[in-house]
Design a protein. Structure first.
Length: 308
């Protein structure tokens, strides 16, 4: 009877864990691995914005970041699952427009972004992670693509008051500007939409973490946003530019992308461990069990024996 009970618990555990994984897998997220390393965060010298100072060294552990900002179709999957709240639908928002499925979602507040991230098996990136990724990791560039000044061949932005959104006055589908990708393959890290990050805003970097983590202790009424948007000019497309808004703020230029730790690697298959073992190897083959030799027609009998 005890075996029956244990087997039942095993089946229930697998069922519910499978339900959780299937929920997180209900949306297709393309992940890009960002290698760990150190970089100089912020600005220094003539022309540096005070909120971007002091420039300081930060060590960032490796992590993964979504290849693109979360798009409308991805966010809709979370709404359809009953987890995420629908965005605003006022004029200028992408939500509810049939031709905007591949555009980045916006008109969402910080809590909505956080809810999606959790549902999709991730989190919002820290401000340090975001800037590190936008600088192409240890390359330390001003922009994701290098140090060349931003223009509409590289990002969805404003080249003039009459050419906002590179002439469209709105977002473009994600991945529309491949020349502006980071060295690791991240898309739209400059332009299209600003992106919520995890941190509360502090004016300047005095006392900021140096390990890549977020400032999670509330230091102001605002959350940090990063990256330019479709109405930003070139000077505001730099990777070190900071913006901040109340967490309940929803507008037609703020979206988000998500991050997560690098998934643990699975152990090597047994057949690889069993091959080419020298006489001095500490690894020894696992002896076969009786089940390894059981005929296929015995599998049902073995299962019945197990549950008796």
């Amino acid at each position: 009877m005890r075996r029956v009970f244990e087997f039942t618990l095993f089946v229930v555990a697998v069922f519910y864990s499978g339900s959780v994984f299937s929920q997180a897998a209900a949306v297709d997220i393309g992940w890009v691995q960002i290698p760990g390393g150190s970089f100089t965060m912020g600005s220094s010298g003539k022309g540096a914005e005070e909120d971007e100072t002091p420039a300081h060294k930060v060590n960032v552990p490796e992590f993964e970041m979504s290849k693109t900002p979360v798009d409308v179709d991805q966010y809709k999957a979370c709404v359809d699952a009953g987890v995420c709240e629908a965005p605003d639908t006022e004029e200028g928002c992408n939500w509810g427009k049939s031709d905007r499925g591949s555009h980045p979602i916006y008109c969402v507040d910080w809590e909505q972004a956080q809810a999606f991230a959790t549902w999709a098996g991730g989190r919002l990136p820290s401000e340090a992670e975001w800037e590190y990724a936008a600088r192409s990791a240890t390359r330390g560039w001003k922009y994701p693509w290098g140090n060349k000044r931003a223009n509409c061949s590289l990002a969805v932005m404003a080249e003039s008051s009459k050419r906002q959104g590179c002439g469209n006055d709105v977002t473009w589908p994600v991945c529309s500007k491949p020349k502006g990708n980071s060295a690791q393959g991240l898309r739209d890290m400059a332009g299209n939409v600003m992106e919520w990050v995890k941190d509360w805003h502090y004016y300047g970097y005095k006392g900021a973490p140096k390990d890549g983590s977020a400032r999670e202790v509330k230091g102001s009424p605002y959350k940090v946003c990063r990256g330019g948007f479709w109405g930003s000019y070139a000077k505001n497309m730099r990777a070190n530019v900071r913006e901040y808004y109340p967490p309940e703020f929803r507008e037609n230029f703020i979206g988000f992308r998500i991050a997560r730790p690098v998934p643990a690697k699975h152990p090597e298959p047994r057949d690889k461990l069993d091959g080419d073992l020298g006489p001095d190897s500490n690894v020894r083959p696992v002896p076969p069990s009786p089940q390894d030799f059981a005929p296929k027609n015995q599998s049902k009998k073995m299962f019945e024996t197990f549950i008796k």
